[in-house]
Design a binder for this molecule. Structure first.
Ligand code: MN
Length: 429
Protein backbone atom coordinates (compact mmCIF):
# COMPACT_ATOMS: atom_id res chain seq x y z
CA UNK A 1 0.00 0.00 0.00
CA UNK A 2 1.41 3.39 -0.99
CA UNK A 3 -0.18 6.20 0.96
CA UNK A 4 0.02 9.83 -0.16
CA UNK A 5 1.69 11.39 2.90
CA UNK A 6 5.22 10.47 4.00
CA UNK A 7 5.17 8.08 6.98
CA UNK A 8 8.38 9.74 8.22
CA UNK A 9 6.66 13.13 8.31
CA UNK A 10 3.84 11.72 10.43
CA UNK A 11 6.30 9.93 12.73
CA UNK A 12 8.42 13.09 13.21
CA UNK A 13 5.38 15.14 14.01
CA UNK A 14 4.01 12.55 16.43
CA UNK A 15 7.36 12.25 18.18
CA UNK A 16 7.16 15.95 19.04
CA UNK A 17 3.64 15.72 20.45
CA UNK A 18 3.76 12.29 22.10
CA UNK A 19 4.82 13.38 25.57
CA UNK A 20 2.08 16.00 25.89
CA UNK A 21 -0.55 13.61 24.54
CA UNK A 22 0.49 10.85 26.94
CA UNK A 23 0.31 13.28 29.84
CA UNK A 24 -3.17 14.51 28.87
CA UNK A 25 -4.40 10.97 28.21
CA UNK A 26 -3.14 9.76 31.59
CA UNK A 27 -4.75 12.71 33.37
CA UNK A 28 -8.09 12.09 31.64
CA UNK A 29 -7.76 8.38 32.43
CA UNK A 30 -7.48 9.19 36.16
CA UNK A 31 -10.47 11.51 35.97
CA UNK A 32 -12.62 8.91 34.23
CA UNK A 33 -11.47 6.15 36.59
CA UNK A 34 -12.90 8.17 39.50
CA UNK A 35 -16.30 7.74 37.77
CA UNK A 36 -15.69 4.04 37.21
CA UNK A 37 -14.92 4.45 33.50
CA UNK A 38 -12.02 2.58 31.89
CA UNK A 39 -10.43 4.97 29.39
CA UNK A 40 -8.94 2.06 27.46
CA UNK A 41 -12.44 0.68 26.82
CA UNK A 42 -13.60 4.07 25.54
CA UNK A 43 -10.50 4.31 23.34
CA UNK A 44 -11.28 0.87 21.90
CA UNK A 45 -14.83 2.04 21.07
CA UNK A 46 -13.43 5.16 19.43
CA UNK A 47 -10.97 3.05 17.44
CA UNK A 48 -13.87 0.98 16.12
CA UNK A 49 -15.91 4.00 15.06
CA UNK A 50 -15.76 5.32 11.50
CA UNK A 51 -17.63 7.60 9.12
CA UNK A 52 -17.59 7.59 5.32
CA UNK A 53 -16.60 10.56 3.19
CA UNK A 54 -18.43 11.47 -0.02
CA UNK A 55 -16.38 11.46 -3.21
CA UNK A 56 -17.86 14.81 -4.20
CA UNK A 57 -16.83 16.31 -0.85
CA UNK A 58 -13.18 16.14 -1.94
CA UNK A 59 -13.84 18.99 -4.36
CA UNK A 60 -14.68 22.54 -3.39
CA UNK A 61 -18.41 23.07 -3.13
CA UNK A 62 -20.34 26.14 -3.97
CA UNK A 63 -23.71 27.73 -3.91
CA UNK A 64 -26.16 28.30 -6.74
CA UNK A 65 -24.41 31.66 -7.11
CA UNK A 66 -20.82 30.61 -7.57
CA UNK A 67 -18.06 28.19 -6.89
CA UNK A 68 -14.53 29.31 -6.12
CA UNK A 69 -12.14 26.47 -6.96
CA UNK A 70 -8.67 26.06 -5.47
CA UNK A 71 -5.48 24.95 -7.23
CA UNK A 72 -4.90 21.23 -6.90
CA UNK A 73 -8.57 20.35 -6.56
CA UNK A 74 -9.46 16.83 -7.78
CA UNK A 75 -11.26 16.60 -11.12
CA UNK A 76 -12.03 12.87 -11.34
CA UNK A 77 -12.71 9.89 -9.09
CA UNK A 78 -9.05 8.81 -9.16
CA UNK A 79 -7.87 12.16 -7.80
CA UNK A 80 -10.76 12.23 -5.33
CA UNK A 81 -9.71 8.81 -4.01
CA UNK A 82 -6.18 10.06 -3.51
CA UNK A 83 -7.46 13.01 -1.46
CA UNK A 84 -9.74 10.70 0.54
CA UNK A 85 -6.68 8.54 1.23
CA UNK A 86 -4.92 11.57 2.73
CA UNK A 87 -7.91 12.20 4.99
CA UNK A 88 -7.95 8.61 6.20
CA UNK A 89 -4.19 8.28 6.49
CA UNK A 90 -3.91 11.28 8.81
CA UNK A 91 -7.25 11.03 10.61
CA UNK A 92 -7.92 7.25 10.57
CA UNK A 93 -11.65 7.74 10.93
CA UNK A 94 -12.78 7.70 7.28
CA UNK A 95 -11.88 4.37 5.65
CA UNK A 96 -14.78 4.33 3.17
CA UNK A 97 -15.77 6.54 0.24
CA UNK A 98 -19.34 7.05 -0.91
CA UNK A 99 -19.45 7.38 -4.71
CA UNK A 100 -21.96 9.30 -6.77
CA UNK A 101 -23.12 8.37 -10.25
CA UNK A 102 -22.81 9.40 -12.98
CA UNK A 103 -20.22 11.83 -11.55
CA UNK A 104 -17.80 9.00 -10.67
CA UNK A 105 -18.37 6.79 -13.70
CA UNK A 106 -15.43 4.75 -15.00
CA UNK A 107 -15.16 1.85 -17.45
CA UNK A 108 -13.79 -0.73 -14.98
CA UNK A 109 -15.21 -0.87 -11.45
CA UNK A 110 -13.20 -3.92 -10.41
CA UNK A 111 -10.07 -1.90 -11.15
CA UNK A 112 -11.51 1.08 -9.26
CA UNK A 113 -12.17 -1.14 -6.25
CA UNK A 114 -8.55 -2.32 -6.35
CA UNK A 115 -7.30 1.23 -6.78
CA UNK A 116 -9.15 2.26 -3.61
CA UNK A 117 -7.96 -0.80 -1.68
CA UNK A 118 -4.35 0.07 -2.57
CA UNK A 119 -4.98 3.43 -0.88
CA UNK A 120 -6.48 1.78 2.20
CA UNK A 121 -10.05 2.65 1.21
CA UNK A 122 -13.30 0.73 0.84
CA UNK A 123 -16.68 1.80 -0.50
CA UNK A 124 -19.76 3.04 1.27
CA UNK A 125 -23.30 3.72 0.02
CA UNK A 126 -23.72 4.33 -3.71
CA UNK A 127 -25.59 7.55 -4.53
CA UNK A 128 -27.83 7.87 -7.56
CA UNK A 129 -28.49 11.16 -9.30
CA UNK A 130 -31.84 11.94 -10.89
CA UNK A 131 -31.86 15.59 -9.83
CA UNK A 132 -30.02 16.88 -12.90
CA UNK A 133 -29.88 16.00 -16.59
CA UNK A 134 -26.81 14.44 -18.17
CA UNK A 135 -25.55 15.02 -21.71
CA UNK A 136 -27.41 12.84 -24.20
CA UNK A 137 -30.09 11.84 -21.71
CA UNK A 138 -33.36 10.81 -23.42
CA UNK A 139 -35.80 12.28 -20.90
CA UNK A 140 -35.40 15.40 -18.76
CA UNK A 141 -35.86 15.45 -14.99
CA UNK A 142 -37.05 19.05 -15.14
CA UNK A 143 -40.51 17.97 -13.97
CA UNK A 144 -39.40 15.18 -11.68
CA UNK A 145 -37.74 11.77 -11.81
CA UNK A 146 -39.19 8.88 -9.80
CA UNK A 147 -42.44 10.85 -9.42
CA UNK A 148 -42.52 12.34 -12.94
CA UNK A 149 -45.82 12.41 -14.80
CA UNK A 150 -44.15 10.82 -17.81
CA UNK A 151 -43.77 7.05 -17.51
CA UNK A 152 -40.65 6.93 -19.72
CA UNK A 153 -38.94 9.49 -17.47
CA UNK A 154 -39.79 7.45 -14.39
CA UNK A 155 -38.45 4.31 -16.08
CA UNK A 156 -35.22 6.09 -16.96
CA UNK A 157 -34.80 7.09 -13.29
CA UNK A 158 -35.51 3.52 -12.16
CA UNK A 159 -33.01 2.13 -14.67
CA UNK A 160 -30.34 4.56 -13.47
CA UNK A 161 -30.83 3.47 -9.85
CA UNK A 162 -30.59 -0.19 -10.87
CA UNK A 163 -27.39 0.59 -12.76
CA UNK A 164 -26.05 2.19 -9.55
CA UNK A 165 -26.82 -1.03 -7.66
CA UNK A 166 -24.96 -3.05 -10.29
CA UNK A 167 -21.94 -0.73 -10.01
CA UNK A 168 -22.13 -0.92 -6.23
CA UNK A 169 -22.08 -4.72 -6.30
CA UNK A 170 -18.79 -4.55 -8.21
CA UNK A 171 -17.37 -2.05 -5.72
CA UNK A 172 -18.44 -4.10 -2.70
CA UNK A 173 -21.06 -1.65 -1.47
CA UNK A 174 -24.32 -2.78 0.17
CA UNK A 175 -26.36 0.45 0.33
CA UNK A 176 -28.06 2.61 -2.28
CA UNK A 177 -28.90 6.14 -1.15
CA UNK A 178 -31.80 7.67 -3.03
CA UNK A 179 -32.50 11.35 -2.83
CA UNK A 180 -34.74 12.93 -5.43
CA UNK A 181 -35.24 16.64 -5.98
CA UNK A 182 -38.82 15.96 -7.10
CA UNK A 183 -41.37 18.51 -5.99
CA UNK A 184 -43.15 21.66 -7.01
CA UNK A 185 -42.68 25.42 -6.98
CA UNK A 186 -46.35 26.41 -7.30
CA UNK A 187 -49.54 25.49 -5.48
CA UNK A 188 -51.56 23.24 -7.76
CA UNK A 189 -48.56 22.30 -9.89
CA UNK A 190 -48.90 18.61 -9.01
CA UNK A 191 -51.34 16.51 -7.04
CA UNK A 192 -49.75 15.60 -3.67
CA UNK A 193 -51.27 12.10 -3.58
CA UNK A 194 -50.73 11.10 -7.18
CA UNK A 195 -47.12 12.31 -7.25
CA UNK A 196 -46.33 10.27 -4.13
CA UNK A 197 -48.07 7.25 -5.68
CA UNK A 198 -45.86 7.56 -8.74
CA UNK A 199 -42.76 7.82 -6.54
CA UNK A 200 -43.75 4.74 -4.54
CA UNK A 201 -44.44 2.72 -7.67
CA UNK A 202 -41.06 3.62 -9.20
CA UNK A 203 -39.16 3.19 -5.92
CA UNK A 204 -40.70 -0.26 -5.44
CA UNK A 205 -39.08 -1.36 -8.71
CA UNK A 206 -35.69 -0.25 -7.34
CA UNK A 207 -36.38 -1.99 -4.03
CA UNK A 208 -37.21 -5.19 -5.92
CA UNK A 209 -33.84 -5.03 -7.69
CA UNK A 210 -31.80 -4.90 -4.46
CA UNK A 211 -29.60 -7.92 -3.69
CA UNK A 212 -30.50 -9.72 -0.46
CA UNK A 213 -27.85 -8.01 1.66
CA UNK A 214 -28.55 -4.51 0.33
CA UNK A 215 -30.49 -1.59 1.77
CA UNK A 216 -32.16 1.33 0.06
CA UNK A 217 -31.67 4.49 2.10
CA UNK A 218 -34.36 7.10 1.51
CA UNK A 219 -33.02 10.61 2.11
CA UNK A 220 -35.70 13.19 2.76
CA UNK A 221 -35.27 16.94 2.35
CA UNK A 222 -37.72 19.66 3.19
CA UNK A 223 -37.00 22.04 0.31
CA UNK A 224 -34.60 22.84 -2.53
CA UNK A 225 -34.56 22.44 -5.46
CA UNK A 226 -38.36 22.51 -5.11
CA UNK A 227 -39.51 25.44 -3.00
CA UNK A 228 -43.23 24.87 -2.54
CA UNK A 229 -43.41 21.11 -1.92
CA UNK A 230 -41.06 18.13 -2.07
CA UNK A 231 -42.25 14.57 -2.63
CA UNK A 232 -40.14 13.11 0.22
CA UNK A 233 -40.03 16.24 2.32
CA UNK A 234 -39.72 15.03 5.89
CA UNK A 235 -39.10 12.01 8.12
CA UNK A 236 -42.81 11.25 8.16
CA UNK A 237 -42.96 10.92 4.38
CA UNK A 238 -39.70 8.98 4.51
CA UNK A 239 -40.80 6.39 7.07
CA UNK A 240 -44.20 5.93 5.41
CA UNK A 241 -42.46 5.31 2.09
CA UNK A 242 -39.92 2.98 3.71
CA UNK A 243 -42.69 1.01 5.42
CA UNK A 244 -44.60 0.67 2.18
CA UNK A 245 -41.55 -0.31 0.12
CA UNK A 246 -40.45 -3.13 2.41
CA UNK A 247 -37.78 -4.33 4.83
CA UNK A 248 -34.75 -3.27 2.77
CA UNK A 249 -35.95 0.34 2.67
CA UNK A 250 -34.67 2.51 5.53
CA UNK A 251 -34.62 6.21 6.30
CA UNK A 252 -31.51 8.37 6.05
CA UNK A 253 -31.27 11.49 8.19
CA UNK A 254 -29.31 14.40 6.77
CA UNK A 255 -28.85 16.85 9.63
CA UNK A 256 -29.52 19.83 7.36
CA UNK A 257 -32.72 18.59 5.75
CA UNK A 258 -35.24 19.58 8.42
CA UNK A 259 -37.35 22.57 9.28
CA UNK A 260 -35.54 25.01 11.60
CA UNK A 261 -35.39 23.96 15.26
CA UNK A 262 -36.76 20.47 14.63
CA UNK A 263 -35.76 17.99 17.33
CA UNK A 264 -33.55 15.74 15.21
CA UNK A 265 -32.45 13.53 18.09
CA UNK A 266 -36.08 12.64 18.71
CA UNK A 267 -36.47 11.72 15.04
CA UNK A 268 -33.50 9.38 15.47
CA UNK A 269 -35.24 7.64 18.36
CA UNK A 270 -38.54 7.42 16.44
CA UNK A 271 -36.96 5.91 13.34
CA UNK A 272 -35.04 3.40 15.44
CA UNK A 273 -38.19 2.39 17.35
CA UNK A 274 -39.77 1.29 14.08
CA UNK A 275 -36.66 -0.39 12.66
CA UNK A 276 -36.23 2.21 9.94
CA UNK A 277 -33.07 4.10 10.97
CA UNK A 278 -30.77 3.48 8.02
CA UNK A 279 -28.14 6.16 8.07
CA UNK A 280 -26.87 9.68 8.58
CA UNK A 281 -25.44 12.49 6.58
CA UNK A 282 -23.45 14.66 8.96
CA UNK A 283 -23.12 18.40 8.49
CA UNK A 284 -24.21 21.51 10.34
CA UNK A 285 -26.42 24.46 9.58
CA UNK A 286 -27.40 27.89 10.78
CA UNK A 287 -30.30 28.75 8.47
CA UNK A 288 -31.30 25.79 6.28
CA UNK A 289 -29.51 23.12 4.30
CA UNK A 290 -26.27 25.04 4.72
CA UNK A 291 -23.96 22.00 4.52
CA UNK A 292 -21.54 23.63 6.96
CA UNK A 293 -18.86 21.57 8.69
CA UNK A 294 -20.10 19.04 11.25
CA UNK A 295 -20.21 20.42 14.77
CA UNK A 296 -19.19 23.91 13.68
CA UNK A 297 -22.49 25.57 14.64
CA UNK A 298 -24.26 23.27 17.08
CA UNK A 299 -21.95 20.60 18.52
CA UNK A 300 -24.39 19.97 21.37
CA UNK A 301 -27.05 18.82 18.93
CA UNK A 302 -24.51 16.46 17.37
CA UNK A 303 -23.81 15.08 20.85
CA UNK A 304 -27.54 14.60 21.51
CA UNK A 305 -27.93 12.76 18.20
CA UNK A 306 -25.12 10.41 19.21
CA UNK A 307 -26.68 9.99 22.63
CA UNK A 308 -29.76 8.58 20.91
CA UNK A 309 -27.64 6.44 18.62
CA UNK A 310 -25.88 4.89 21.61
CA UNK A 311 -29.23 4.29 23.31
CA UNK A 312 -30.31 2.58 20.10
CA UNK A 313 -27.11 0.53 20.00
CA UNK A 314 -27.84 -0.67 23.54
CA UNK A 315 -31.40 -1.59 22.52
CA UNK A 316 -30.94 -2.89 18.98
CA UNK A 317 -34.57 -4.00 18.35
CA UNK A 318 -34.44 -5.13 14.71
CA UNK A 319 -30.70 -4.62 14.45
CA UNK A 320 -28.62 -1.48 14.58
CA UNK A 321 -26.29 -0.79 11.70
CA UNK A 322 -26.67 2.81 10.57
CA UNK A 323 -24.54 4.08 7.71
CA UNK A 324 -22.58 7.20 8.71
CA UNK A 325 -21.35 9.69 6.15
CA UNK A 326 -20.10 13.27 6.08
CA UNK A 327 -22.17 15.32 3.62
CA UNK A 328 -20.91 18.89 3.48
CA UNK A 329 -20.20 21.59 0.95
CA UNK A 330 -16.71 22.99 1.48
CA UNK A 331 -17.15 26.39 -0.12
CA UNK A 332 -14.37 28.37 1.56
CA UNK A 333 -11.93 25.80 2.97
CA UNK A 334 -9.61 23.10 1.68
CA UNK A 335 -11.96 20.08 1.59
CA UNK A 336 -9.29 17.79 3.06
CA UNK A 337 -8.92 20.05 6.10
CA UNK A 338 -12.70 20.36 6.51
CA UNK A 339 -13.21 16.62 6.44
CA UNK A 340 -10.35 16.02 8.88
CA UNK A 341 -11.87 18.60 11.22
CA UNK A 342 -15.39 17.22 10.78
CA UNK A 343 -14.39 13.59 11.34
CA UNK A 344 -12.74 14.76 14.56
CA UNK A 345 -15.89 16.63 15.68
CA UNK A 346 -18.14 13.66 14.87
CA UNK A 347 -15.85 11.19 16.64
CA UNK A 348 -15.60 13.43 19.71
CA UNK A 349 -19.41 13.52 19.97
CA UNK A 350 -19.51 9.74 19.63
CA UNK A 351 -16.90 9.47 22.41
CA UNK A 352 -18.74 11.91 24.69
CA UNK A 353 -22.03 10.09 24.18
CA UNK A 354 -20.19 6.85 25.03
CA UNK A 355 -19.24 8.41 28.39
CA UNK A 356 -22.85 9.04 29.48
CA UNK A 357 -23.63 7.16 32.69
CA UNK A 358 -26.70 5.38 31.29
CA UNK A 359 -27.62 3.75 34.60
CA UNK A 360 -27.68 7.18 36.27
CA UNK A 361 -29.59 8.67 33.34
CA UNK A 362 -32.21 5.93 33.36
CA UNK A 363 -32.54 6.03 37.17
CA UNK A 364 -33.12 9.80 37.05
CA UNK A 365 -35.68 9.34 34.27
CA UNK A 366 -37.48 6.67 36.34
CA UNK A 367 -37.53 8.97 39.38
CA UNK A 368 -38.69 11.99 37.37
CA UNK A 369 -35.54 13.76 38.52
CA UNK A 370 -35.23 16.18 35.64
CA UNK A 371 -32.08 17.94 36.80
CA UNK A 372 -30.11 14.76 37.46
CA UNK A 373 -31.18 13.31 34.11
CA UNK A 374 -29.91 16.44 32.40
CA UNK A 375 -26.73 16.40 34.50
CA UNK A 376 -26.01 12.83 33.37
CA UNK A 377 -25.82 14.18 29.83
CA UNK A 378 -24.06 17.39 30.82
CA UNK A 379 -21.28 15.62 32.72
CA UNK A 380 -20.37 13.64 29.61
CA UNK A 381 -20.71 16.58 27.24
CA UNK A 382 -18.32 18.78 29.19
CA UNK A 383 -15.47 16.23 29.23
CA UNK A 384 -12.68 17.06 26.76
CA UNK A 385 -12.28 13.74 24.95
CA UNK A 386 -9.66 15.01 22.48
CA UNK A 387 -6.83 12.96 24.09
CA UNK A 388 -8.83 9.73 23.64
CA UNK A 389 -9.57 10.43 19.98
CA UNK A 390 -5.96 11.49 19.31
CA UNK A 391 -4.49 8.47 21.11
CA UNK A 392 -6.73 6.08 19.16
CA UNK A 393 -5.76 7.81 15.92
CA UNK A 394 -2.02 7.62 16.62
CA UNK A 395 -2.21 3.95 17.57
CA UNK A 396 -3.82 3.30 14.17
CA UNK A 397 -1.00 5.12 12.37
CA UNK A 398 -2.56 8.57 12.11
CA UNK A 399 -1.28 11.97 13.16
CA UNK A 400 -1.69 13.62 16.56
CA UNK A 401 -2.62 16.84 14.75
CA UNK A 402 -3.83 15.80 11.26
CA UNK A 403 -4.30 19.31 9.88
CA UNK A 404 -0.83 20.41 11.00
CA UNK A 405 0.77 17.41 9.27
CA UNK A 406 -1.36 17.94 6.18
CA UNK A 407 -0.13 21.54 5.93
CA UNK A 408 3.46 20.47 6.53
CA UNK A 409 3.15 17.86 3.76
CA UNK A 410 2.55 20.52 1.09
CA UNK A 411 0.17 17.97 -0.48
CA UNK A 412 -2.17 20.51 -2.08
CA UNK A 413 0.68 22.56 -3.51
CA UNK A 414 2.13 19.42 -5.10
CA UNK A 415 -1.25 18.51 -6.57
CA UNK A 416 -1.62 22.03 -7.93
CA UNK A 417 1.45 21.29 -10.07
CA UNK A 418 0.17 17.88 -11.22
CA UNK A 419 -3.56 18.37 -11.73
CA UNK A 420 -5.38 20.33 -14.35
CA UNK A 421 -7.34 23.32 -13.03
CA UNK A 422 -11.05 22.88 -12.34
CA UNK A 423 -11.90 26.23 -13.85
CA UNK A 424 -14.84 28.43 -13.04
CA UNK A 425 -18.26 26.91 -13.27
CA UNK A 426 -21.57 26.14 -11.68
CA UNK A 427 -21.59 26.10 -7.94
CA UNK A 428 -23.84 23.28 -6.84
CA UNK A 429 -22.07 20.17 -5.64
MN1 MN B 1 -27.28 14.41 2.23
Amino acid sequence: MTLPVSADLIADHNAHGAEALDDEYASLGRKLARSGIDIEAIKARVAGFSVAVPSWGAGRGGTRFAKFPIPGEPTNIHEKLEDCAVINQLGRKTPRVSPHFPWDKVSDYVALREEAAALGLGWDAVNSNTFQDQPGQAHSYASGSLSAQDAATRQQAVDHNIECIEIGVQLGSTDLTVWVGDGTNFPGQQDFVRSLDRYLDAASQIHAALPDDWRMLLEHKMFEPAFYSSVISDWGSSILAAQELGPKAKCLVDLGHHAPNVNIEQIVARLHRFGKLGGFHFNDSKYGDDDLDSGSINPHQLFLVFNELIEAEANPLEGFNPSYMIDQSHNVTDPIESMLSSAEAITQCFAKASLVDRAALHAAQEANDTMMAFQALRRAYTIDVAPIVAKARVEMGGAIDPIAVYRASQYRARKAQERKPVGLGAGIV
